[in-house]
Design a protein around this ligand. Sequence first.
Ligand code: PEP
Ligand code: MN
Length: 349
Amino acid sequence: MIETIGSQELQFVIVMEGTAADDQVEDVLERLAEAGAHGRVTPGRTSTVIGAIGDHGLLGSISFDGVAGVDRVLPVSKPYKLVSLETSPEPTVIQVRGRRIGGEHFGLIAGPCTVESREQTLATARAVHAAGASMLRGGAFKPRTSPYSFRGLGAEALEILAEAREETGLPLVTELLDPRHIELVAETADVIQIGARNMQNFLLLSEVGRADKPVLLKRGPSASIDELLMAAEYIVKEGNPRVILCERGIRTFESATRFTLDIGAVPVLKERTHLPVIVDPSHAAGRRELVPALARAAVAAGADGIIVEAHPHPEEALCDAPQLIHTADFPSFAGEVRALAALMGKVIG
Ligand code: PEP
Ligand code: MN
């Protein structure tokens, strides 16, 4: 979506140097004003970004070469800019408590769909940790299709997850559903998940854009690849560059799987963005028997990680029971993923 003010549109973006002073930002704004344009300043954690809004041809009528404090000027050829591979051709590597995702670092994120109890969560955490997972997932606030389904233990689940991290050292990935919970969730989470159903909840995206935690952004079941990138742009634009994209299956006419894993999205995203791309084979498959094959496909397609659901007693699970891998089967699953990742030149952790 190109921003429009009257007939004027966003023409290009000026990324200031991290060290740029306020008067250097002012200087850029004055230069834009002299050219009859308007600058919209977005302060970020690492650098300030100024959107230049004006008539077509503005970029040809003004130059920022050698202007103090200006790092680079990005023409708006794509609707997303900061997440674009054009902006930064090096892959982004996201580091959390010494674990990395991106570049040659493969993330194996595993754990329960939902935190149901202390015993279930600790048993799962121990099993996935022993098998070499690099992060622990677990839902505290659950988005459920039916309002009568179990919607998570909330704050109590966050305490249980913190205990699991304390014991295993695994960083925690957990979902934020409600902007009012941002402080509560960010206090415990190492990575904040934005679920598929909230991919275009723009207030939630802006909220996590202001948080000092990496964000795992899941693709909406009916969202295009560019819509996913634009959702990521919302987060990065607010000053949070640490975004992990996740393909988790889309809605199609096919009902043999829960969703249709869009494996092609992995190489397409790699062409368009520097952000790490992971795959969730569990929600795509909907059946545990299919999860290993989809996980292998993800690794082979060049994903930077997978996020997978496991449970010590899947038949008793309160959420997503049919797709949970039995923790007893997790070591062989993880071994296969590790071997394939190595073939792709990647290492877990
Ligand atoms: C989840 O990961 O727990 C989840 C609900 O996934 P999604 O948002 O992809 O449906
Ligand atoms: Mn689930």
